[in-house]
Write a protein that binds this ligand. Sequence first.
Ligand code: FE2
Length: 424
Amino acid sequence: MRKATDTLYYGGADCFTAAQTNDVHSVLFLVPSEAARISEEYALGRKIPTQRVLVEAPSGLSHTVAASCLAALSILPTPTLIVCASGNRASALAAIAVGQRSGWGAQTTLEWALENRLPFLGTQGLRNWVVSMVEPAPLAAPMETRGLVFRQLFDAGSSTFTYLLGDPISGEAVLIDPVLGKVDRDLGLINELGLHLTMALNTHVHADHVSATSALKLKVPSCKSALAATSGGAADICLEDGDRLAFGGRSLTVIPTPGHTAGCVSFLLDTRKAVFTGDALLVRGCGRTDFQGGSASTLYTSIHTRIFTLPHDCIVFPGHDYNGHTSSTVGEEARLNPRLGVGRSQGDFVGIMAALQLARPVLMDVAVPANLWDGDAERAALVAAGVMEAGRGVPTQCARCNKAVEDGLKEAGVGAASGGAGAL
Ligand SMILES: [Fe+2]
């Protein structure tokens, strides 16, 4: 067993016995065949938390696997021992964790690994894995150099940020969280910039404003709306974990971040240099968790496993701000967010959120029913009255999976005659 940092040890399967006599408070096993046996023995013998992640070289050395490992590390009490058969994979993961936590690039991380004689350096595949995780090349270029039209727009009435992202080559553009009442502003800007709107995305079913998605589709019929499948709301495209939403040569990837509502998602830019977090993570704050299937413990897990595991220089663009901020970074929030950052446990966070005692949003009874129907207030009124005909602008089936929207809503527990706030 060797020490990587004060909170991280690593080693091969032979370090297992030594670890039992040392001050290790949790173990992350990376070896599938051995882990089943020794992880159980270890947990039984020491009664300490363990996690297991399947990491098989070379096919398993991916961003997804590394993210799973980092997520496991983020919830284990420290010091943590990372164990694999030889210590190579374990030391590589230790380097990824240290590099990401420190905000280092590839060169600094490899220099640190060399100084500390980490054994993975002798294996090219593991070196490549570490480099790809601490330096997001070939996605490392900043937004401007890869060509991206980007605007952060603001609705003062609801303190909502709407984001416009466009591919300057194809002209295809997307809006994230458009607000009804700002349709002319948004479409006017899109036209001025020579873009055309292909998608209007919502991070969740908003309770504080009506989404502009249906209104936008009336003016741009080829535009598709999108919302998480788990939201219980209607949209042209139902979003799932890992969906890639392309606009020209650029794209956003869907990251589920439930907790503010049960169906919240974040959108990660293809460069991994920007993430649009909706109300899940705000600058030095977060969305409330007391309605729409919200859960403080779920939100804590979402942020720690899906957002704080992104590169620390990734810019966080929130869904709202009430204090004059416009953006932050993953590293900044992991360090400084007073609710979710360093030093705050899941239990702390649950206590903080339970004590907030927030007032009910003024527009909730209007906004939630409308947003369950793609921002279509007319449809919401028809549904509330028990009328089944589809309202204008409301899709009848998902454009991606062809699932009937009515069926999806029923599965999500949103009844045709009761599709209002009460259904959440
Ligand atoms: Fe919200």
